[in-house]
Write a protein that binds this ligand. Sequence first.
Ligand SMILES: Cc1ncc(C[n+]2csc(CCOP(=O)(O)OP(=O)(O)O)c2C)c(N)n1
Ligand SMILES: [Mg+2]
Length: 595
Amino acid sequence: MAHGGDLLALMLGRAGVSHVFGQPGGQTAALYDGISHQPAMRHLLVRDERSAAYAADAFARLTGRPGVCDVTVGPGTTKLADGLVESFNASVPVIALVGELPTDWAPLRHKGVASQGFDQVSFLSTITKSAIPVPSLTALPDLVRSAFRIATSGRPGPVALIVPHDVLDADWAGGRDDVGVDDRTAHAPSFRTVADPASIVEAMALLGAAARPLIVAGGGVHGSGATAQLADLAERIDAVVVTSFSGKGAVDERAPYAAGVLNPLGSTAALKLAHQADLVFWCGCKVGQNTSQNWTLPLERQATIQLDIDPEELGRTFRPSVALNGDVRATLDALLRDLGPARRPEWRTETALIMAAAAAQRAAEEASDSVPIAPQRVMAELSARFAPGDVVVSDASFSAGWIASHVPSRRGGRDFLFARGQGGLGYAVPAALGAAVARPQSRIITVSGDGGFSYALGELATHAQIGTRSVHIVLNNGSLGWLAMWQRLYFDGLRLSVDLEGPSAAPSFAGVARSLGCHGQEVDKPSEIGDALDAAFAADRPAVVEVRVDPEATPIHSFRRRLAEGAAQPRPGTVYRLPAWRRSPETVQVRQPAD
Ligand SMILES: Cc1ncc(C[n+]2csc(CCOP(=O)(O)OP(=O)(O)O)c2C)c(N)n1
Ligand SMILES: [Mg+2]
């Protein structure tokens, strides 16, 4: 006799779900049985449910289809939080299948009376678009349809479907008609809306009147598949395009109008041009803290157009001159229908000068031969090997800045993933699992710091088991570099709990990789980087390239300025100021600068 797990798996299959990421529990065993009966569906076992949510997030970003993950009740559910918040804040459609105690144990669920039970609906409600408890087998089909509809409609996001043990185990007669999922809701955006014609006319007038138009492209450009429209717009009116991290790849960054990522860790040209512009068109971008430089952008004198699928975003932090509420692609299509071409040679010349200066600075940094290695050099070597279609997945911290400025996109398309929903360390390696199955023909490259990489070491075993085409670059500076610098620059040389190595112990990430079934290689000279990357790409298994990088290097502009001023330069042999309880003999010595 078929069961609820079969029904759920069948419906997922009808919705085109090809991969489910998760970790089983007793309460979800029937779901696994159901998945095993779906010939076109693959279940991928992760080592930590946090990774299942991250993998589903990456899968969704690259395919537009909801990423699906599953967890068991209680400790499985709590580990979903990192990934669901990431997807929620970054507007990524994900469906989490969540195990639950049997329905008639409801009164015992709370306060740990029934093993593993807790108030999952309340917990998940705050970190999803919707947390849907399934009360019975009869209700299941409709609620599965709801999960897809909610995840993919309007502003996409994660949905949790909470299915009790007895519902999954319940006998199901099978063969019912009622198991279809509306195929239009099996991908995002499900239904496209267009901004109202009057606003589009106003936007066209502003675009026509501007002397120095600049577009800030966010993740919404990728979410709606609008890269071709964006390039058309930029070329037609001689606009500059900058992107958020999530929007990177919205245009080919080798184009003369592409000025890079607008972020405190991003492109200096983007920052300058965002201040020079007289019109800023925020396109599928939520104008978050970083893209807006702590909401100092847009400037008072700048005209603004804001295009967003979510009307709540319009005017959240500033009053746009023109607000366009609609799907990015459909609305740009409408705008482009009547928008005449405009040449702006002065703006193009100004842009070219600013971009050339930034490029010269980048090139100088990338040519560095210093030891320990400059991360910019590593990125340049990666960039030389980066092909269209390859995917780069960034971990949080400095890696994001290095990728943003030193690995330009080579086409309009979503080839870069950043955990910008909440910037959690440990995103890259698990997300690469989702990327690898979403793009099986592509090479997946992750870049992490040693701190971020430490979060997800176990998933190297998953990569090896699945046999992903992945290369993982670890920029090992021996520390939580961002925080080490923050403490030093803003807390008078403090150095507390930012070192990841002891006097006689340092983790070998390449060694860990080898013991988990991957290729692993250490690099500590610039001349070795290229060969190491070539060997990693040629390896017959996932590969880790651990590069010893300069702990003094940072992509954060404000840190760089302060370091250049010399105010807080570390002096060899000095002892950092530590809180009283940590003074001698446990004081930490400054690392000797390399010669
Ligand atoms: C889960 C999580 N915990 C803490 C932080 C705060 N944080 C931001 S950057 C950073 C340091 C990361 O170190 P590493 O990954 O080695 O990168 P590095 O800064 O050295 O390049 C920390 C702890 C975070 N972003 N995410
Ligand atoms: Mg580090």
